[in-house]
Design a binder for this molecule. Structure first.
Ligand code: NDP
Length: 451
């Protein structure tokens, strides 16, 4: 089998101290070894060497003033990774942990994910180490305006179309869009996740969570099962958590947990619609902490520490798990705990939430494991539909967009299943997703010459 370790070695030498980026590249290269044996033309065209190098990396200073008049400076990033099949597309993350390597890992994954959606979107990602937590609306607005004052030079409806991610929701997209429009004097679909009255798509806020649940349902269907009555562990409490939980309730499943970076709540009776509405208000309007849920409903709140040996959230009896917070939130011990507790369906809403050893445990155990690139592609898929609606200056109904999302998730699932089988690893959707996404982008790159 083709040995691609020299490519990873080079990535490590050229991108020092970017462990998350190395991890994302390593996973894809491992999947691609059997592909290279069948496609020597990709080796002579150095397709992989080109794919692991972003087309463009933009880094900039973001100065802004807080409410007391103090000036702060944050880092701004946009990594335009690959435009072989469409304009760069991918979210913006505002979180203090953001570094160049974080944005590169996310941008690299986005290339393959976007290819899987069947829509014409290249891959990119951006963000800042700015922390919106504890900031006033006015401070967030001034930050977003400063961020966009630079970013607007590099993006456009046919060039690069950012969206939300951690710390970037409807409020931030609004401030960013307003500043773009003011500077460029053009009303265009340069961002997705917009408000409904100014070009947004119905179902875009719901899309990542709904999509992850549809993907789980598609996996269960292969065993003649459904989500009805399934007991689920879900992490996070932001956008992806909220709509994962909502769709699970729609389909008759039970949700036991919710978390934020301080800890998690365990609600044995299940998070019902009223409690979910409380979480939405708490997180989207009051911008409070998940501990408030425990205080209101009298359930247990357990503080967590990301450096601890394991996360107790993943150590409860359940059927399904939907990691929906952040990267590497399921470590090797967590993966073992999930399996020991009977979890046999995992659909990843967050990006790269499981460490490589954990992924191997899931694959070895033969459970239904939906990797992020496939399982959370619903968000960017509906972003692609938002771009189409903006180009047509038209909007589809809620039912139309939801039906298109469900179709796209189904086709991603069957593409991953068929590709995994074709390349000799039936049931391994990690290989299925990586190979199917890669082939689409590689074919386009081959057709477009050396660039
Ligand atoms: P939000 O900002 O809405 O919510 C993020 C949630 O995860 C919050 O509860 C947050 O807690 C928690 N969290 C964030 N960072 C950490 C951390 N380092 N440790 C523990 N908890 C953390 O983001 P989203 O819901 O949009 O994103 C969640 C995940 O889904 C991310 O991995 C993102 O890349 C991925 N994703 C999102 C898409 C989208 O459409 N929004 C599309 C595809 C993937 P706290 O409030 O304490 O920070």
């Amino acid at each position: 089998m083709a040995d691609l370790s020299h490519i990873l070695q080079k990535v490590k030498e050229r991108n020092v101290a970017e462990a998350e980026f190395h991890q994302a590249v390593d996973e894809v290269l491992t999947s691609l070894e059997p592909v290279m044996d069948r496609h020597p033309e990709f080796i002579s065209a150095a397709i992989l060497e080109r794919m692991v190098e972003p087309e463009r990396v933009i880094m900039f200073r973001v100065p802004w003033m807080d409410d007391s008049g103090k000036v702060h400076v944050n880092k701004g990033f946009r990594v335009e990774f690959n435009s072989a099949i469409g304009p760069y597309k991918g979210g913006l993350r505002f979180h203090p942990s953001v570094k160049l390597g974080t944005i590169k890992f996310l941008g690299f994954e986005q290339v393959f994910k976007n290819a899987l959606t069947t829509l014409p979107m290249g891959g990119g990602k951006g963000g800042s180490d700015f922390d919106p937590k504890g900031k006033s609306d006015e401070e967030v607005m001034r930050f977003c305006q400063s961020f966009m004052t630079e970013l607007q030079r590099h993006i456009g409806a046919d060039t690069d179309v950012p969206a939300g991610d951690i710390g970037v929701g409807g409020r931030e997209i609004g401030f960013l869009f307003g500043q773009y429009k003011k500077i460029k004097n053009v009303f265009e679909g340069v961002l997705t996740g917009k408000g409904l009255s100014w070009g947004g798509s119905l179902i875009r806020p719901e899309a990542t969570g709904y999509g992850a649940v549809y993907f789980a349902a598609n996996m269960l269907e292969t065993r003649g099962e459904s989500l009805e009555g399934k007991v689920c562990l879900v992490s996070g409490s932001g956008n992806v958590f909220q709509y994962t939980a909502e769709k699970l309730l729609d389909l008759g499943a039970k949700v036991l947990t919710a978390s934020d970076s301080s800890g998690y709540i365990y609600d044995e009776a299940g998070i019902d619609r009223e409690k979910l509405a409380f979480i939405m208000e708490l997180k989207n309007v009051k911008r409070g902490r998940i501990k408030d849920y425990a205080d209101k409903y009298g359930v247990t709140f357990t503080p967590t520490d990301s450096n601890a040996e394991f996360n107790p959230l993943w150590n409860h009896k359940a059927d399904c798990a939907f990691p929906s917070a952040t990267q590497n939130e399921i470590n090797n011990t967590d993966a073992a705990n999930l399996l020991a507790n009977g979890v046999y369906v995992i659909s990843e809403g967050a990006n790269m939430p499981t460490v490589p050893e954990g992924v191997n445990q899931f694959l070895d155990a033969g459970i239904l494991y939906g990797p992020a690139k496939a399982a959370n592609a619903g968000g960017v898929a509906v972003s692609g539909l938002e771009m189409s609606q903006n180009s047509m200056r038209y909007s589809w109904s809620r039912e139309e967009v939801d039906a298109k999302l469900a179709d796209i998730m189904k086709s991603i699932h069957s593409n991953c299943v068929a590709t995994a089988e074709k390349y000799g690893t039936p049931g391994n959707l990690v290989n299925g997703a990586n190979i199917a996404g890669f082939l689409k982008v590689a074919d386009a790159m081959m057709a477009q010459g050396i660039w």
